[in-house]
Design a binder for this molecule. Structure first.
Ligand SMILES: Cc1cc2nc3c(=O)[nH]c(=O)nc-3n(C[C@H](O)[C@H](O)[C@H](O)COP(=O)(O)OP(=O)(O)OC[C@H]3O[C@@H](n4cnc5c(N)ncnc54)[C@H](O)[C@@H]3O)c2cc1C
Length: 459
């Protein structure tokens, strides 16, 4: 029924989705935004509207600033469907979602996928033990529930989010037993080639420097350039082991937070059979789109970190660009207005991504923490498939990730390969001596979120 067709359906209420919705509403488009979370904000601004003054001050001004975006969205006249897990998006511009236990769908003229990023897997020995979790996951616990570690904690890995959490924990009074970071001299050398761009984006650099100086002021032991991380424990994490300056170390802790960057959440774009390319700078898959984020003239756009990691501000700009393109396509923006708005957003976006090549080079996660040499390390957590098993499948003739499903159910658990997909691609590429582009990825199909037969049948 025509009355049920919305101009733009947006999946994801992070900076990209919110900014897209606000921009689309300014052109008078009808907008429905769906997100599986209870409130708007996405990862960075998660639960910002409900956050106390104390929490906002602990999480910092970048977090608190999100309240302005969520307020603008609330005032925009867009419809927000909270708690909606989108399990299918079709090329016929249908969106299927599960909300409150009921399976529902909507039809749109255009769709913007703004499903964001997720933490990169960190497959090392012991990473599946209780007491080990992602730094991003620990941050979610604080943002949503105010939960903080009660005992001294170890943070290990690399990437801005690791240092951000360290600084937020210090602000909240959490004791840090150690920060172990894996950035090596070779990473600094590689990153120096992109210093010019980074200096032009100096604000981000300054923030990073402040976090480091905070660690040293509070006398947190920092092990820079650590290698060969592994976690020991029988039923629970007991210690983290690593080498530093040629010496072996073992630090006891029952809570170890790992992090080595974030990667695009591409389940929806893969399920749409969009072409993806292996991004060698970010070591992940990125969907191929036109300059507005559109997949092959489908009317389906991708904005924000799910298109390639760009950070919160650039994600918002990409969301706005997609909305401007859609308003233009629906003749809701005069060509002159469209060009003017597009030029303004593009110039912001160009500045926002200046620092990215520097960050990608500096925080490139080491191969040993992406493709574990230890055959006993679990790669697919849902089905408990190890690195050794994946190597064996390759020796037996397994060509790509999709076949690992037939060999040993790898990637067939509840997360549908979200957590193991990158590791499986890289491990197979390593064994077969081929680039990841030739190895490919899982063939992702709907439902991309768990839905029961009963819920489907009730529709
Ligand atoms: C755990 C984590 C914590 C982070 N914390 C910070 C931080 O503190 N500071 C910072 O600068 N950057 C942080 N980042 C990076 C930050 O997420 C991004 O730069 C920025 O938020 C990207 O914005 P986005 O709009 O593209 O996606 P996001 O903000 O990630 O928003 C995506 C939204 O899509 C929703 N979604 C995804 N799939 C579906 C689906 N199938 N159905 C329904 N909804 C769906 C998610 O619930 C989410 O709300 C974090 C990243 C992660 C993974």
């Amino acid at each position: 029924m025509a009355a049920d067709i919305v101009d733009v359906a947006i999946v994801g209420a992070g900076p990209a989705g919110l900014a897209a919705a606000i921009e689309a509403r300014q052109s008078g488009l009808s907008v429905t935004l769906l997100d599986e979370q209870a409130a708007t904000g996405g990862q960075i601004y998660r639960a910002v509207d409900a956050a106390s003054a104390l929490k906002r001050s602990v999480l910092g001004e970048d977090y608190a600033a999100g309240a302005q975006l969520t307020r603008q969205f609330a005032d925009s006249g867009a419809r927000h469907i909270a708690g909606a897990a989108v399990w299918n998006v079709g090329r016929d511009l249908t969106v299927n979602y599960l909300c409150g236990g009921a399976n529902q769908s909507l039809q749109a003229r255009h769709i913007i996928l703004a499903s964001g990023a997720m933490e990169r897997p960190f497959p090392i020995s012991g990473w599946t033990l209780p007491g080990v979790m992602g730094a991003g996951a620990a941050q979610i616990l604080y943002k949503t529930a105010g939960a903080l570690p009660s005992e001294p904690v170890v943070l290990a890995g690399c990437g801005p989010l690791l240092y951000l959490l360290a600084s937020q924990y210090l602000q909240a009074g959490v004791k840090l037993k150690a920060v172990i970071h894996t950035t090596q001299r070779r990473d600094y050398v590689r990153a120096s080639a992109h210093l010019a761009g980074a200096i032009r984006g100096w604000r981000d650099l300054r923030k990073g420097m402040r976090m480091f100086s905070q660690l040293s002021k509070q006398r947190v032991p920092v092990y820079a350039g650590a290698e060969a991380l592994s976690i020991q424990g029988t039923h629970h994490a007991e210690a983290i082991c690593f080498t530093h300056k040629g010496q072996s170390h073992r630090i006891e802790s029952s809570l170890i937070l790992l992090h080595q960057g974030v990667v695009p959440n591409t389940q929806l774009s893969w399920s749409l059979r969009a072409r993806h390319r292996w991004d060698n700078a970010q070591l992940c898959w990125a969907p191929e789109t036109d300059e507005y984020g559109q997949i092959e003239k489908t009317g389906i756009y991708i904005a924000g970190d799910s298109r390639g990691i760009v950070g919160a501000k650039a994600s918002a700009s990409q969301g706005r660009l997609a909305a401007i393109a859609i308003a233009g396509a629906l003749d809701r923006l005069a060509p002159g207005d469209r060009d003017r708005r597009e030029r303004a957003v593009r110039s912001e976006l160009d500045n926002q991504v200046l620092v990215r090549p520097f960050l990608d080079a500096l925080y490139r996660p080491p191969a040993a923490h992406r493709m574990p040499a230890d055959d006993s390390v679990i790669v697919c957590r849902c089905e408990e498939v190890t690195a050794g098993q994946i190597r064996k499948y390759a020796e037996l003739g397994c060509q790509g990730p999709n076949q690992t499903k037939a060999f040993g159910r790898c990637g067939m658990g509840p997360c549908q390969g979200r957590l193991c997909g990158l590791t499986v691609t890289e491990l197979l590429a390593q064994v077969r001596g081929l680039p990841p582009d030739e190895i490919g990825y899982y063939r992702i199909r709907a439902p991309i979120k768990p839905i029961t037969i009963g819920e489907l049948a009730a529709d």
